[in-house]
Design a protein around this ligand. Structure first.
Ligand SMILES: Nc1ncnc2c1ncn2[C@@H]1O[C@H](COP(=O)(O)OP(=O)(O)O)[C@@H](O)[C@H]1O
Ligand SMILES: [Mg+2]
Length: 256
């Protein structure tokens, strides 16, 4: 089985700060990979580089299309990359405001993505939007409601519906529960886990929440100062961490 996405030798610095320093990874179909590490370790930067939103100073990201062709991400034309983000890929931002259009209704936020992949029938777009609202546990009666009036948890669920409605193969998530109350986080994580399993998605999820990583991810990458210091199957890494930094991360969660 070949990887959906592979990266090697990624490097990027901001001034003197090495945000990425020789990162390599592969994402296989149907796999959920979590990137964990403390704040400032380079997780968001890695996600932005992997998804083509940022260009690395060194190294390469390769993407495999559904026909099996490989593309070097940063050699793709801007329009092709945008198309990729509308079709085969999805991105769930930490702040739902970065992923939603706040002046467009809930139904419009979902319908717009369908139209971007060619849907034209108003009735079926609206029906599918309503179905996706149900799926993320938003009352479909709020289909014409504005996301600005939704709670943070609802906004995040709407962003997830908007992202998944086009059935992307690969979804990037940056701290999807980061801005939410703890009580809301657990419920959202359960929902994400069910949707990912249901749709057979490949996911790269950034989180500083070890418990979330344990719940969702098959595989874990631990980042520190722009480097992957440890990686492996989630249970192995968390139950038997080899690197001192991972041991500290795991211990700090147990102590919390
Ligand atoms: N646009 C930027 N300009 C300058 N420094 C940045 C920028 N983005 C990130 N950094 C720095 O790069 C490092 C990694 O940041 P980031 O990838 O956001 O980490 P994380 O997501 O793990 O918290 C940090 O030291 C951060 O301050
Ligand atoms: Mg971050």
């Amino acid at each position: 089985m070949s990887a959906l996405l592979e990266a090697e030798g990624l490097a990027l610095r901001f001034g003197a700060v090495p945000a990425l320093d020789g990162v390599a990874l592969e994402i296989f179909p149907g796999e959920v990979v979590a990137i964990v590490g403390e704040s400032g370790s380079g997780k968001t930067t890695l996600l932005r580089v992997l998804s083509g939103m940022m260009r690395p100073e060194a190294g390469e990201v390769r993407y495999r299309d559904p026909e099996g062709g490989f593309h070097v991400l940063h050699e793709m034309k801007e329009a092709a990359l945008r198309r990729l983000h509308r079709t085969d890929w999805g991105f769930v931002h930490q702040n739902p405001r970065d992923g939603l259009r706040m002046r467009v209704s809930a139904g419009g936020n979902i319908g717009e993505r369908l139209m971007a992949v060619g849907a034209r029938n108003y009735g079926s777009i609206r029906a599918e939007a309503a179905e996706w609202l149900r799926r993320v546990e938003i009352d479909p009666a709020r289909i014409d409601g504005m996301p600005a009036l939704f709670s943070g948890g609802m906004q995040q669920r709407l962003q997830i519906a908007r992202t998944l409605v086009t059935r992307p193969r690969l979804v990037f998530m940056d701290e999807p529960t980061g801005g939410l109350d703890v009580s809301v986080q657990a419920k959202l994580l359960d929902m994400v886990r069910a949707l990912v399993a249901d749709l057979g998605l490949s996911v790269v999820i950034v989180t500083h929440d070890i418990a979330a990583a344990r719940l969702l991810a098959h595989r874990l990458l631990v980042m520190r100062r722009g480097q992957v210091v440890e990686q492996g199957l989630t249970d192995r890494v968390l139950d038997d961490p080899q690197h001192e930094y991972t041991q500290l991360l795991v211990a700090s969660v147990l102590a919390a």
